[in-house]
Design a protein around this ligand. Structure first.
Ligand code: GDG
Length: 474
């Protein structure tokens, strides 16, 4: 058997940056997935000639390593049962709700946990097998929290980073997890653990103190070694961002500007277009947004024809029960509101349960007077940042939940508590009537702030910190 190719830089994530698809001729091929992480890491990958370890998105598919679209990929296979237990189960029905303030009750099943462990081990082994001596491995997100410690055990020479894209919950919630010690131990295998917000890093350090009694002095955690002494783990906030320049450039393209105009015209040229763009997920607060919008219609503060809410709810996790229920609830509410308030010529809500091309999303951002981000809990929320990046016309108002990580940076938005329906309605009305001058000054401030931290700044800052931590450890 030929020896594996070895790499100095490896990214490990649940999904590969390319999707396995069947092309028009019925042949399997790969298509680059549009996610922000790929954009962020692609330049770093190319420079380091690195590799990406991940799942191809289809069950029972054994694929050899290959190079697709210039990226070296190392596919990890999952069986249909593992997709059900590790991915839909433990990742999306245990950890996801637990880490988002138990908005939906997390399910705890021992067979899901066993599957999570087995799959994490497979990812760790696949990464260990292709890592050059002293390589750097960057593990992504909550599906793979056991990988850092497993990898350290297999390959103590490696420098290991971990980034958590979702919140890390307060200890009172985290402590419900039957496997709370194992997960924290898994993460502590990393040299640097990155979080979206300062509060998330604080919650993690507190969990370490409560569960293990290790000494912490922000951002450092001292992890005792078996033979005496200790290693230092850094737990710190690295707020993720977007490729600001590419969104702005797209939003300046004449055909996109024309498309935005066309969208407004197709909606009947209302005075105010409000927009929501979310995966259809219970963390995003879509129901709270609809409630507030419905009450504004009911009180006559806004009227159909004059205002419309466009809600893109892209299909997500459709095999998980809580998501099926959410879809039913949201669609019932939308149906009722349209039934009560729409006229033959004017809708109250344009509800779109589709995924759209990036170009269409950008045109929607340009067309929207008010962007509604009302998440009940969200690691960062990139939609808020994308809206700001696209508004080179320095217009448009962002209504932003204080429970989204983006609120730490985007302080010139109208910050809201989405649980406070009266407060949310007031902010929505403030956005509707806001004078142009104030819209301009707020948007300029938001855009300045966004430019200070784009996605390449994020990845470089993380990797520099990781490099520094590794140097100290040697
Ligand atoms: C997780 C964390 C954190 C959505 N619908 C369509 C579409 N999108 C794009 C958006 C945006 C992305 O998907 C969603 O990112 P978010 O950050 O808003 O939310 P999550 O998916 O929950 O992401 C989150 C993020 O990881 C990164 O760390 O910010 O807190 O939960 O880019 O534009 N894109 C296209 N068509 C759609 O229909 N093209």
């Amino acid at each position: 058997m030929p020896k594996n190719q070895e790499y100095d830089f490896i990214v490990v994530s649940n999904r590969l940056p390319v999707d396995r698809i069947i092309d028009v001729d019925g042949e399997p091929t790969w298509r680059r997935s549009p996610g922000g992480l790929v954009t962020a890491l692609e330049p770093v990958m190319r420079e380091a000639d690195g590799a990406w370890v991940g799942w191809a998105g289809k069950a029972d598919l054994e694929l050899p390593p290959s190079t697709e679209d210039g990226i070296h990929i190392v596919p990890v296979a999952l069986s249909a049962l593992e997709v059900e237990h590790y991915y839909e189960g433990f990742s999306n029905d245990t950890l996801w709700p637990l880490y988002h303030d138990v908005i939906s009750p997390p399910a705890f099943h021992r067979e899901w946990w066993e599957s999570y462990r087995a799959v994490n081990r497979r990812f760790a082994e696949a990464s260990a097998a292709i890592a050059a001596p002293n390589a750097t491995v960057w593990v992504q997100d909550y599906q793979l929290q056991l990988v850092p410690a497993m990898l350290r055990e297999l390959r103590p020479d490696l420098t290991i980073g971990f980034f958590n894209h979702i919140p890390f919950p307060p200890y009172g919630i985290y402590s419900q997890l039957p496997w709370r010690r194992q997960i924290v131990e898994g993460l502590l295998g990393a040299d640097v653990i990155g979080f979206q917000r300062v509060a998330d890093a604080g919650n993690f350090s507190r969990a370490v103190r409560r569960l293990f009694g290790y000494a912490t002095k922000s951002p450092e955690i001292r992890v005792p070694l078996e033979g005496g002494g200790h290693r230092t783990v850094v737990a710190k906030a690295f707020p993720i961002s977007i490729d600001v320049e590419s969104f702005e450039q797209m939003a300046r393209r004449p055909e996109i500007i024309e498309r935005a105009r066309q969208i407004r015209e197709d909606l009947g040229n209302p005075t105010t277009i409000m927009l929501g763009v979310d995966r259809l997920d219970y963390t995003k607060g879509i129901g709270h947004r609809l409630k507030a919008y419905g009450e504004l219609l009911s009180s006559g503060s806004i009227t159909v024809g004059d205002s419309i809410l466009v809600q893109v709810a892209s299909p997500s996790r459709e095999r998980v029960e809580a998501y099926m229920q959410l879809r039913d609830e949201i669609e019932l509410t939308v149906g009722r509101l349209n039934g009560d308030y729409a006229t033959i010529s004017h809708g109250a809500i344009a509800y779109l349960h589709h995924g759209y091309p990036r170009e269409e999303m950008v045109a929607l951002y340009l067309a929207a007077d008010v962007m509604l981000v009302t998440a009940l809990r969200d690691g960062m929320n990139l939609v808020a940042k994308e809206y700001v990046a696209c508004r080179h016309d320095e217009d448009g108002v962002l209504v932003l939940s204080e429970f989204a990580g983006a609120a730490d940076e985007l302080k010139n938005a109208l910050l809201v508590n989405p649980h406070d329906i009266e407060g949310l309605k007031e902010s929505m009305m403030q956005a509707v009537v806001m004078p142009k001058r104030e819209r301009g000054s707020r948007m300029r401030a938001l855009r300045r702030r966004l430019r200070d931290n784009d996605v390449s700044h994020w990845s470089h800052t993380f990797l520099e910190t990781l490099e520094g931590a590794a140097r100290k450890a040697r």
